[in-house]
Write a protein that binds this ligand. Structure first.
Ligand SMILES: CC(C)(COP(=O)(O)OP(=O)(O)OC[C@H]1O[C@@H](n2cnc3c(N)ncnc32)[C@H](O)[C@@H]1OP(=O)(O)O)[C@@H](O)C(=O)NCCC(=O)NCCS
Length: 178
């Protein structure tokens, strides 16, 4: 079935939360405690969280929409990096954060993620960004490979707290040429 990539609206908040609950655990390292993952999903990826993201003028959410079903989403934040570990290593400024990039597992390996990435880069470029950065768990080999294919390279590391565990994310950046 064909799909479109479009900007999300507040009507998508509930469906985004459902998709996020399926896809967030896939990005966590194998040893993550299920209760930590569930708590993180409940506190940051619920419908109200997505409504707040969508109301933030610095945030753009793109969705892969297949006949009304969401198959993937990305979330861009057009703000200077707050984390000093990140701000210190970025060189393509202004640099938008690709804060979330998730595709439903039924659609992995089929090119949908590359289309979502292409649209995300285009949206960041249209908003004036010179670079795009992201954090990815150091054990998430599939995502790291995908980001490398998409033109990102590793520029540093940052810490990410999941429950009581401190995870180490790679910071990756790519230039956006006008
Ligand atoms: C990250 C994501 C969007 C990429 O989409 P995708 O459709 O899987 O991407 P692709 O299939 O185009 O690319 C994945 C690459 O990783 C490779 N790969 C798959 N499993 C791998 C593994 N265990 N180790 C190393 N590479 C792996 C694939 O072979 C492919 O590389 P290739 O094209 O050179 O063969 C998707 O996997 C996803 O949503 N994952 C779950 C959520 C997540 O981790 N999001 C990122 C959070 S930062």
């Amino acid at each position: 079935m064909t799909h479109v990539i479009r900007t999300a609206t507040t009507d998508d908040a509930g469906r985004l939360a459902k998709l996020a609950a399926v896809t967030f655990p896939l990005a966590c390292p194998p040893g993550s405690a299920p209760e930590d993952i569930a708590a993180h999903v409940a506190s940051t990826l619920g419908p109200d969280n997505f409504r707040a993201y969508l109301a933030d003028p610095a945030v753009t959410v793109l969705v892969i929409d297949e006949a009304g079903e969401l198959r993937g989403y990305s979330l861009l934040v057009a703000r200077p990096a707050q984390d000093p570990e990140v701000a210190a290593v970025l060189s393509e400024l202004p640099c938008t954060e690709l804060s979330k990039c998730y595709v439903h597992p039924d659609h992995h390996g089929l090119g949908a993620a590359a289309e979502l990435m292409h649209a995300s880069i285009a949206a960041a470029a249209a908003a004036g960004a010179r670079g795009l950065w992201l954090g990815v768990n150091s054990q998430n080999a599939r995502a790291i490979r995908f980001y490398s294919k998409s033109g990102f390279h590793r520029v540093g590391t940052k810490s990410f707290k999941l429950g009581s565990t401190v995870e180490h994310d790679f910071v990756m950046e790519r230039a956006i040429r006008p």
